[in-house]
Design a protein. Structure first.
Length: 287
């Protein structure tokens, strides 16, 4: 007999009752109860039976089941120990699913999923969305596609363009590593318990090459962080506030041909690249 679809209110409530589960708000536990949303996430991730998938926070196995039904091999990393036994039962029919007990921010991901290339698909715990996404990107794991359900406001910041109110260091970082897009919006009623905010499914295609030539990524992110550290100040003043020397700032702006009176949030990725490369060159010349 086919396993019942977990992404339904009555099935989820039955699982919670059977295993005496009380949902843990601190762990961002909002479980999906809408099978259409699960299907649309699986579709957004372009899942085929050849796919290897890392899922973060499988919960009671709602999205995991959708991925496995589409034929993917899934490694699910779940922090809540109580859910590990539950997942063993709810996903018992799916041989191609392996559950790992651990904290995604602490585990060595390459040890758990050794595939040459894989996808990450997750309904992320909202309290640590940004650290998780930044860890996945900064570690340069062999991820081809990242499809995550996150808070709508955070998704808007990740896709924001220069000059908009949502544009910031997070937009620059995500757009440096990936091509992000919002695929669809999910209302609170699709979850138990219903969160206070709307969610968005964000699809990030990982870039094979960064969109700009940066000589030192460390310097690039130092400049980006400084440029946004005081949003209402001019770029010159923000860089000063971010720890750059006044003389260096003048030379960097001059070489990058950028007006110091501009505000950090008007700079495109290429502008940040030019500014960072000017700084790297300055440091190198100094020996
Ligand atoms: N995938 C399920 C779904 O779609 O219904 C549950 C998603 S729920 C929003 C987030 C899940 O992430 C919870 O099961 C929670 O226990 C788990 N989680 C929270 N922090 C985690 C961490 N640091 N590492 C791994 N899993 C975590």
């Amino acid at each position: 007999m086919k396993a019942p679809c977990i992404a339904q209110r009555d099935v989820t409530l039955h699982i919670l009752k059977t295993f005496h589960l009380v949902m843990n708000k601190k762990l961002g536990q909002n479980f999906l109860i809408d099978s259409h949303v699960v299907n649309k996430i699986v579709e957004a991730a372009e899942i085929t039976p050849e796919d290897k998938v890392l899922e973060i926070g499988p919960g009671i196995g709602t999205l995991t089941q959708g991925l496995a039904e589409a034929g993917a091999s899934v490694v699910g990393v779940e922090l809540d120990k109580k859910l590990i036994d539950v997942l063993g039962k709810t996903l018992a029919d799916y041989d191609q699913v392996r559950i790992v007990h651990g904290d995604i921010l602490k585990i060595d991901i390459s040890r758990e999923i050794a595939a040459e290339s894989y996808k990450v698909v997750a309904n992320l715990p909202y309290y640590i969305t940004t650290p998780i996404i930044m860890k996945l990107l900064e570690e340069r794991l062999p991820i081809s596609l990242l499809v995550t359900m996150i808070q709508k406001e955070v998704a808007l910041r990740m896709i924001a363009s220069p000059g908009s109110k949502d544009y910031g260091a997070l937009s620059v970082a995500v757009q440096y590593y990936t091509e992000p897009e919002i695929v669809f919006i999910v209302p609170p009623a699709s979850f138990i318990p219903a969160p206070a905010v709307h969610s968005a499914v964000l699809r990030c295609r990982i870039r094979k090459m960064p969109p700009i030539a940066v000589e030192s990524e460390r310097d690039f992110f130092k400049v980006v962080k400084a440029a946004f550290c005081q949003r209402r100040k001019t770029l010159s003043n923000s860089l000063k506030g971010g720890g750059f020397e006044a003389n260096d700032i003048a030379t960097m702006l001059d070489r990058a041909k950028i007006e110091g009176q501009r505000r950090g949030e008007t700079l495109a990725l290429a502008d940040f690249g030019a500014l960072a490369n000017a700084y790297t060159a300055l440091i190198r010349e100094r020996g």
